[in-house]
Design a protein around this ligand. Structure first.
Ligand SMILES: CC(C)(COP(=O)(O)OP(=O)(O)OC[C@H]1O[C@@H](n2cnc3c(N)ncnc32)[C@H](O)[C@@H]1OP(=O)(O)O)[C@@H](O)C(=O)NCCC(=O)NCCS
Length: 313
């Protein structure tokens, strides 16, 4: 296609913002563009048509040394569908590698068929996993029967048992990383599993791991579900809880939901930000409770990666 790519400069800002607004007037770009423009290595890149008008923009960031993340690609609406996005992504991959990347990753909405096609099929990215996130202010349809007795914070002396449940759940889950709140999805991406590490220990010590004590046939054999719930502050809503993992059978999940609804009703928090592996959200959706009203559907995303020459450390 013969496009020429260059690093964007401060002077490109108005045209970049105009291009983004032409696609989506509520684009988040105005909030982040100054930071993205200054980043090194990486930063913002642009490409222009023969008439000098801006055709597309995209950013590269390094989450850790050697681990690049591609983000904020925008192709002018009139130029979409002609291969610009594919070519620009190919350039980004080469540029990231030139800048020292050993892994290049990106996150896109499940509904973004163009990015799924260009990354997952045309440019050889591997689908690392699916993720989901949404905000829940209140769950009016959940039973108002107080906190379920089966849900409690895990204690430090249970750290080993918690770790065992966590590993079991990871083995059965298409989880791209460990756990991350919705602001940190890119960081989660750069997580490298260390078989010796016990990533939950800190959360257990802080009292952020909830466990569910089963009362079925396995009663007495220890917890049968776990959820990671951290106090946080939502930009729009103030005090909230960030739920980054929820695993267990339907009774455990239902009790976790009741517990969280109780937290919201207690008015200590305004709502709950859920950021979960997609299959954990799908398991919640399949429960026989209307957990979220029709107009608040989870956002599902796909995480893609390309590793150059072996292991990433
Ligand atoms: C997503 C985007 C960057 C893709 O750029 P583009 O220049 O239109 O993409 P391409 O022309 O290279 O198309 C890539 C492939 O996806 C296919 N494709 C494009 N739109 C599609 C759609 N709506 N449904 C299914 N496939 C689609 C193309 O046919 C092409 O595959 P092909 O070569 O086999 O025909 C561009 O559409 C865009 O700016 N969208 C809005 C912002 C956005 O979503 N950014 C990405 C955030 S992760």
């Amino acid at each position: 296609m013969g496009l020429i790519y260059r690093r964007a400069a401060e002077a490109d800002k108005p045209a970049m913002l105009a291009l983004a607004a032409a696609i989506d007037p509520d684009d988040y770009l105005p909030w982040v563009i100054d930071g993205y423009l200054k980043e090194r290595p990486g930063g913002f890149y642009v490409t222009e048509g023969e008439d000098g008008r801006l055709l597309a923009l995209a950013s590269i960031t390094f989450i850790r040394p050697g681990q690049a993340f591609l983000r904020a690609m925008r192709v002018h609406p009139e130029a979409q569908g002609h291969g610009v996005g594919t070519e620009f992504t190919r350039f980004q991959v080469e540029e990231a590698e030139r800048l020292g990347a050993r892994a290049v990753r990106l996150l896109t909405a499940e509904s973004n068929l163009a990015v799924r096609r260009l990354a997952g099929e045309k440019l050889g990215f591997r689908l690392r996993g699916r993720w989901s996130t949404w905000w829940e202010s209140l769950s009016p349809t959940l039973p108002a029967d107080g906190r379920p007795a089966h849900v409690r914070a895990a204690t430090a002396d249970e750290a080993e048992a918690v770790d065992a449940i966590f590993r079991e759940s990871q083995a059965r889950c298409a989880c791209p990383g460990v756990f991350a709140d919705s602001e940190e999805l890119a960081e989660m991406f750069a997580f490298d599993p260390d078989p010796a590490a016990r990533p939950l220990d800190e959360a257990v010590a802080a009292g952020h791991v909830l466990v569910h004590d089963g009362d079925g046939p396995g009663r007495g054999r220890g917890p049968d579900g776990l959820a990671i719930v951290t106090p946080s502050t939502d930009w729009d809503n103030g005090p909230s809880l960030s739920v980054t993992y929820m695993w267990g059978g339907p009774p455990a999940r239902l009790d976790f939901l009741r517990h969280l609804a109780g937290e919201v009703r207690s008015a200590r928090v305004r709502g709950i930000q859920l950021s979960l592996p997609a299959d954990q959200t799908e398991a919640l959706e399949s429960l026989e409770v209307a957990w979220h009203p029709e107009d608040r559907r989870p956002w599902y995303g796909r995480l893609y990666e390309k590793i150059f020459g072996g292991e990433v450390s």
